[in-house]
Design a protein around this ligand. Structure first.
Ligand SMILES: C[S@@+](CC[C@H](N)C(=O)[O-])C[C@H]1O[C@@H](n2cnc3c(N)ncnc32)[C@H](O)[C@@H]1O
Length: 424
């Protein structure tokens, strides 16, 4: 049940009201930072939660570097971060889609992705859950049930069970890995380029008692351990690790959308699989078949808004994803948009959580919840509790949420283009 006084306080807005509302809301809802099976112990009280999120002891990014890091990131997106494109706030529609702009992000992908996840990982965990992805959702299903069902779908399609060795390509803080390891009993090795995610991911594996079957390594999925043609990035050290032919199966969940060259990335995955090994995933793509038109400025603005707020070089089409899989040596067995029935009466659209009605369980994800978070973050930055630059990060995430909703409503975009492929 919603508490109308809490809602009223939130709507009244203002920094003090917002933070106060958070505390009251927290008290009434019993909300903790207990995501997809998280520890739940860390976050007590909404304001305390915000302070905790913004002064995290595990953080690898020094406080004074946040603003710099955000500026470095924004420069890769023509200074458009924090502006919602679809309501006309961006001034240069199409600038992010120019060949020169895309090339800049492809060449700087490691800095782009690493900075992005240094800045947003805590926001994601705080506002979403430990699984950083969307999912098709049926009526009657809770948000977290739908998230886990998307993950278990991969387990079933890949035949994951005890004894199977799986590779999680771009694993985040490991929410999916832990759920999938517990569900299937398979052993999962995850890789992420972001040091902070490795640190907290391995901590969560241990806390949740799955460290024997779930482990996270820091690395670049463009150059997996044992690569021969390329170079390692700062801070990554594979030692004498070589993953060639090591895994029975591999999967990626909304991660290879960050790749500057999907053929290269998928080729590296293929190298690390045994012959005949399966690779499945959910890709972010624009949907020309459903009406996305690269000559339509509104469509381009929505696409760019999604790229700007999510650290993407550029969004691909399904055709390009399939072509990259084939070029990397896979036989594509199946591919379709898992959200193809997004507006069927039996489904809850994947973007609805962001659009959201006010529900206690999903409050932080909704528009109102995000505005409260933004007010809180602004207050905390003004009070110098949160590092300088944090408000910019929050504004960027708010803006892109609106673009994601717009892309979903108009069926121009899906975050769940599902594929299963076999290494030839
Ligand atoms: C949207 S998150 C998804 C994380 C995870 N699959 C999940 O669903 O929770 C994307 C992930 O891809 C990782 N990633 C992006 N580019 C990468 C790269 N070049 N090498 C390794 N990881 C990368 C990011 O660090 C992040 O963990």
């Amino acid at each position: 049940m919603e508490d109308p006084t809490v809602v009223a306080a939130c709507v009244a807005g203002g920094v003090v009201a917002a933070t106060g509302c958070y505390m009251a809301y927290q008290k009434s809802a019993g909300v903790t930072r207990d995501a997809s099976g998280g520890t739940g112990a860390a976050f007590e009280g909404q304001l305390a939660a915000g302070v905790n999120m913004l002064s995290n002891g595990d953080s690898v990014l020094a406080r004074e570097k946040v603003e710099n890091s955000m500026d470095e990131y924004a420069a890769l997106f023509e200074g458009q971060t924090g502006k919602h494109s679809a309501n006309g706030l961006t001034d240069e529609k199409g600038a992010v889609t120019s060949a020169e702009s895309i090339k800049k992000r492809q060449e700087g992908y490691r800095t782009m992705v690493n900075n992005f996840y240094d800045l947003v990982t805590d926001f994601y965990e705080y506002g979403w859950c430990q699984s950083f992805h969307f999912a098709p959702r049926w009526q009657g299903e809770t948000f977290l049930e739908s998230i886990k069902r998307a993950e278990y779908h991969l387990c079933s399609r890949l035949g994951m069970k005890p004894g199977v060795k799986a590779l999680d390509v771009g694993c985040g803080v490991g929410g999916p890995m832990r759920n999938m390891a517990i569900f299937s009993g398979a052993s999962i090795e995850g890789i992420t380029i972001n040091e902070y995610q490795v640190k907290v991911g391995n901590k969560y594996h241990a806390q949740q008692g799955v460290a024997d079957i779930a482990h996270t390594t820091r690395g670049d999925f463009q150059n997996l351990p044992g690569f021969t043609n390329g170079e390692l990035w700062e801070g990554i050290d594979y030692g004498d690790m070589d993953w060639t032919g090591k895994f029975d199966v591999a999967y990626e969940i909304e991660a290879t959308c960050h790749s500057p060259d999907k053929t290269r990335c998928f080729s590296e995955v293929a190298r690390c699989l045994k012959p005949g090994g399966l690779f499945a995933g959910y890709e972010w793509v624009v949907l020309p078949d459903r009406g996305y038109d690269g000559a339509n400025p509104t469509h381009v603005a929505i696409k760019e808004g999604i790229e700007i707020g999510n650290g993407l070089p550029t969004l691909a089409t399904p055709e390009k994803v399939v072509a990259a899989l084939e070029a990397a040596g896979f036989e594509v067995l199946e591919h379709y948009d898992a959200n193809r029935n997004v507006h069927s009466p039996v489904e809850i659209p994947w973007y609805d959580t962001l659009n959201g009605k006010f529900t206690l369980s999903g409050f932080r994800m909704t528009n109102l919840g995000r505005n409260c978070t933004h007010a809180m973050v602004t207050a905390l930055e003004t009070l110098r509790i949160a590092p300088k630059g944090t408000t910019h990060v929050s504004a960027m995430l708010n803006a892109t949420a609106l673009d994601l909703v717009e892309g979903g409503k108009q069926e121009l975009f899906t975050p769940s283009y599902f594929f299963v492929a076999r290494k030839k």
